[in-house]
Design a protein around this ligand. Structure first.
Ligand code: ATP
Ligand code: MG
Length: 267
């Protein structure tokens, strides 16, 4: 058995071969102890490679021979592998990894470099949602924001240019939460607040990613991270807002396991 582990700020991701099949799983870092116990007993350290910000912390409970890998290298390796199989036409692109925080890279066939990062990410979604609405569970936050509408909370460019043609696309957000101050009564619905939080985080990340794409002369932005798995509201925001910013969004299936897969490939 070979195992790749990405111990992130919030979730631990695993990639391993099981019955000849590549298998992925993830769990909150706080619940990873039982997996570590299993690995320690069943797997030889040389067959494990671990990456991620919490790698050193977790490795204390793993066999001493466990290999380490720099997070950025593991993620890059995994992304190239997944993208090669799913969308080989995209070869030079901005890679935006929305984890607990967000890290933005540029990759082409030969090189890769970290462009920048931003503290808005999945952790912000969890924290702001809990503070503002009292909703704690990730699934509840996603479901609420999918039901919610942003019109009572966010101010669009068109809202400012009343009865006029705006000089930039009217659907762009002029001010996230910009209506909530004067519109306090209407801005009370939790689902709407969750949608507005998601919108602010997604749009900010997209805006920076699009600017990085301009800097590196590419139109393609590949988004990965656990906040984008399945039908998440953040994924919808990133998809539509990237198009509004005249760039092409790409989402990789199992993209949140890129780091774990990269570590597995390096064992
Ligand atoms: P980082 O890369 O920044 O160290 P990470 O690798 O743990 O963090 P990801 O796993 O990519 O980050 O994403 C974590 C985010 O995914 C959380 O902040 C949350 O928004 C979302 N998420 C998805 N599923 C869950 C879950 N079951 N529990 C908690 N958060 C979840
Ligand atoms: Mg991560």
């Amino acid at each position: 058995v070979y195992v790749g582990i990405d111990a992130g700020g919030t979730l631990v991701k695993l990639a391993y071969w099981k019955d000849g099949q590549l298998t992925f799983s993830k769990m909150p870092s706080t619940e990873a102890q039982s997996i570590l116990d299993e690995l320690r007993q069943e797997v030889n350290g040389e067959a494990i490679c671990i990456t991620g910000g919490k790698a050193d912390w977790f490795a204390k409970d793993l066999p001493p021979a466990t290999k380490r890998m720099v997070e950025f290298e593991a993620t890059t390796l995994g992304v190239r592998e997944l993208l090669g199989a799913q969308n080989p036409m995209v070869s030079s692109f901005v890679l935006t990894n929305i984890g607990t925080g967000t890290s933005i890279h540029y990759l082409d066939e030969h090189t890769s470099e970290r462009a920048t990062g931003i503290g808005l990410g999945g952790g912000t979604l969890m924290g702001l949602s809990a503070m503002l609405t009292g909703v704690h569970r990730y699934e509840d936050i996603v479901e609420g924001s999918l039901r919610g509408k942003r019109g009572a909370i966010d101010l669009t460019v068109q809202d400012i240019y009343v009865d006029a043609v705006p000089p930039i696309p009217g659907e762009l957000t002029a001010s996230n939460f910009g209506k909530a101050w004067s519109n306090r009564e209407a801005a009370q619905k939790k689902d709407d607040q969750l949608a507005a939080i998601t919108g602010m985080i997604g749009e900010s990340i997209v805006t920076i990613s699009a600017q990085i794409a301009v800097q590196y002369s590419t139109n393609d932005i590949v988004y990965i991270g656990s906040t984008l798995s399945s039908q998440s509201s953040l994924k919808q925001v990133c998809s539509s807002y990237t198009k509004i910013r005249n760039k092409i969004p790409h989402f990789i299936e199992q993209g949140e396991f890129s780091g774990a897969l990269g570590a597995l490939l390096a064992v």
